[in-house]
Ligand binder design. Structure first.
Ligand code: BEZ
Ligand code: FE
Length: 292
């Protein structure tokens, strides 16, 4: 490339960056200037053709068209680029032995059913019963009583309740840790499921030879006074999808042993499972201070 060409491209970057100089909000100014530099660097690095630029615009237009109150294709796009997970990583700084955070996902719903300690969140969702138990502590090892624990998951068909048209509420709920910070509940054993892939993001994954599957997981959101709210999942050790989770949500520390139990093994609370096998998992939750 000639010096003159280089100079023309570089000058354009500087002119656009300078166009944000008068931005009153200093943070917005920082964001717009950095975004400009990175965007131009990309266009220049790959020598973007005009046809490719048009294709990108068509892709974003399709992403907008499929997005509505129930379907957020832009978040999905951020997810498959790992941008959602990177934002979680940046904003949940590692702190002592605090449990790691991971992506929130689109399937959390406010006002989930309250379940007692030892209750069942399945609400009729198909799946193998799974006993989940553990403690909530702070990073000094002190028990956290009365922590609000929200849990939600897909059923055996790979679908969340909100993906069914019948308005069911299933495989979600909330409970509170006891005076010693302990919690326990019945859920269903997590299975892998695909993120919605019938839109532009699905086509992008197909064009790049990537799978839409998420590794099997159970979502948690844990809140307690004075401690940092934790949004995370636990994953199933041995799941083949762990290595290529479509939204890069897996952390080694969140992979847990879901131990299969034969139908003859007595359940921890005496529940009669009518001869069905079941699974159990232990997950100790450690919350960072709110403001370390
Ligand atoms: C989820 O885990 O529920 C999820 C996360 C990102 C995209 C789609 C689903
Ligand atoms: Fe999920």
């Amino acid at each position: 490339m000639s010096d003159e060409q280089q100079e023309r491209e570089a000058q354009l970057v500087e002119r656009v960056v300078a166009s944000f100089d008068g931005t009153p909000d200093p943070r917005l100014k920082e964001l717009m200037r950095a975004l400009t530099r990175h965007l131009h660097a990309f266009v220049r690095e790959v020598r973007l053709t005009e046809a490719e630029w048009q294709q990108a615009i068509a892709f974003l237009t399709a992403t907008g068209h499929i997005t509505d109150d129930r379907r957020q294709e832009f978040i999905l796009l951020s997810d498959v680029f790992g941008a959602s997970m990177q934002t979680v990583t940046v904003n949940n700084e590692a702190y002592a032995n605090a449990t790691e955070a991971t992506v929130f996902g689109p399937f959390f719903v406010e006002d989930s059913p309250a379940i007692p300690l030892g209750g069942d969140i399945a609400g009729g969702a198909p799946g193998e019963p799974c006993w989940v138990e553990g403690t909530v502590t702070d990073t000094e090892g002190r028990p956290v009583p009365d922590a609000r624990i929200e849990v939600w998951e897909a059923d055996d068909e790979g679908l969340y309740d909100v993906q069914y048209p019948d308005g069911r509420v299933a495989a979600r709920g909330h409970l509170f840790s006891d005076a010693e910070g302990r919690y326990r509940f019945w859920a269903i054993a997590p299975t892998p499921y695909p993120i919605p892939h019938d839109g532009p993001v699905g086509r992008l994954l197909a064009a790049t030879g990537r799978s839409p599957l998420r590794a099997s997981h159970l979502h948690f959101m844990v809140e307690a006074t004075g401690l940092r709210t934790l949004v995370t999942h636990i994953f199933v050790r041995g799941d083949e999808v762990l290595a290529h989770d479509s939204v890069f949500g897996v952390r080694d520390s969140l992979v847990k042993d879901f131990t299969p139990q034969s139908p003859e093994t007595p359940t921890p609370d005496g529940r009669d499972l009518a001869g069905r096998p079941w699974t159990r998992v232990h997950f100790d939750i450690v919350l960072a201070p709110d403001r370390p």
